[in-house]
Design a protein around this ligand. Structure first.
Ligand SMILES: [Zn+2]
Length: 432
């Protein structure tokens, strides 16, 4: 039975490559959230022809949703021949901006040396295509399967997933009894089961000053110098503290096994656009002013062993210390986003099913990993209260968001086999 399934997937390799290229050719760049409808329809039209019920769900009034850039998701479902569990494959269809340094057309879907190239090839149109081929092969070879299978293409994962999985989860689409097991084909490599992710806290800190002429800064008070003192305290107090915190979670890469904090941006004083303009309008000739405001955005990633109150408290303690010790220092802090770490148990059904698939297809033990960054699993766990969820898919995580992003064809075929076998195990209740 499994041999028949594997063979069927191998026979579909050309279709798998063509589907991946076709998905890449639709430039679903987010922001702003372009071309979501044609991409959702590519998936929906294909699956409708194969007997799926297809629903297009626009997440009205979620961040970025407009008539020009509608947040349109596609959810397709096929019922089996009798009652049984429901397996759901969820992929995001949005991709990040192109950036620089490409040697191929980022939206060409070019095939070269056993790889498909383009923005989103690895993150995660290759995984989406592999899951579609896996499910189609499974249905063709097991027409009498019981239960149901769902495939969704959702939007906005790269910007938090609010108009995508979070919205659908709030409508009950990621909860029992509608769904039992979820596999998210993010590019974690074909031999790895990703159980969850670290937590995130984004915040903006602003320091305040008093404007004055730059030739007489003693008449004012520089918000930028105040921010300098904040950054200095981070370097001398906070970063050494974070380096001491290690997790037992199997986070990859190794460097992400400790707490981390990035300063995503810093803006102080006069804007480079001369007030309200764009950075490219910058003349290189700012006027002489003492800054009255300076802002940084913090991106703090934390471990399952840390609680969010402590994470925030570490930063606030530093700011309060400066307020006490540094003359005229004042600040404001604003939360932008927080996501708690999440981790599926290693003996959960979906973990067992995919692990067995990896053993059978690749002949090796799976690696269990935790992603350094978050993905849509957070919404499925927190809003849908569904915990039988993992990420598993082809592609090398390090290539995501880079120039000349690609996905290997052999990797897609292998992971499609694993997904199909896992589907069989979950629907038929087969435990090896
Ligand atoms: Zn992704």
């Amino acid at each position: 039975m499994l041999d028949v399934l594997n063979k069927r997937i191998e026979d579909k390799t050309k279709d798998l490559v063509a589907l991946t290229s076709a998905l890449i050719r639709i430039p679903t760049i987010n922001p702003p959230g372009d071309a979501y409808i044609p991409c959702a329809e590519l998936i929906g039209n294909r699956l409708a022809k194969r007997g799926f019920q297809v629903e297009y769900i626009r997440a009205h009034d979620t961040p970025g949703d407009s008539d020009k850039f509608p947040r349109t998701n596609v959810v397709a479902r096929i019922e089996g021949k009798g009652p049984g569990p429901v397996v759901h494959f969820n992929s995001h269809i949005d991709v990040v901006e192109v950036g620089h340094g490409w040697t191929v057309d980022p939206f060409g879907g070019e095939v070269k040396d056993g790889k498909v190239y383009g923005r989103g090839a690895c993150d995660m149109k290759g995984g989406l295509a592999a899951s579609i081929i896996a499910v189609e092969a499974y249905i063709e070879t097991n027409p009498d399967f019981r239960g149901a299978i769902e495939i969704s293409g959702t939007v906005d994962e790269e910007s938090g997933g609010f108009g995508g999985v979070a919205y659908l989860a709030s409508k009950g689409l990621f909860s029992k009894p509608r769904v039992d097991h979820v596999i998210i084909p993010e590019p974690l490599n074909k031999d790895r089961v990703c159980l969850g992710h670290r937590g995130v806290w984004w915040a903006e800190i602003e320091t305040f000053g008093t404007q004055a002429h730059g030739s007489m800064p003693f008449l004012g008070d520089s918000a930028i110098r105040h921010m300098g003192s904040v950054l200095h305290s981070f370097e001398t107090e906070l970063y050494p503290q974070l380096a001491q915190k290690h997790t037992d979670m199997p986070v990859v890469p190794e460097g992400a096994k400790q707490s981390t904090m990035n300063i995503n941006s810093i803006h102080g004083g006069e804007s480079e656009g001369g007030g309200h303009g764009k950075p490219e309008d910058y003349t290189g000739l700012p006027s002489a002013n003492v800054a009255e405001s300076c802002r940084v955005i913090l991106d703090r990633r934390f471990l399952i062993e840390e609680d969010i109150a402590t994470v925030k408290g570490e930063v606030i303690n530093i700011l309060e210390g400066l307020k006490r010790d540094r003359e005229s220092f004042d600040y404001a802090i604003r939360d932008i986003m927080e996501v708690l770490p999440t981790m599926t148990e290693q003996d959960a059904p979906v973990v067992n099913a995919v692990s067995d698939g990896i053993r059978q297809v690749l002949g090796k033990e799976p690696d269990y990993v935790i992603s350094p960054g978050t993905y849509d699993q957070k919404h499925i766990a927190r809003i849908g209260h569904l915990h039988d969820c993992i990420a598993y898919g082809p592609g090398i995580l390090d290539l995501a968001h880079m120039a000349d992003e690609y996905v290997g064809i052999d990797d897609m075929v292998a992971s499609a086999k694993v997904m199909a076998q896992a589907t069989h195990a979950l629907l038929a209740g087969v435990q090896t």
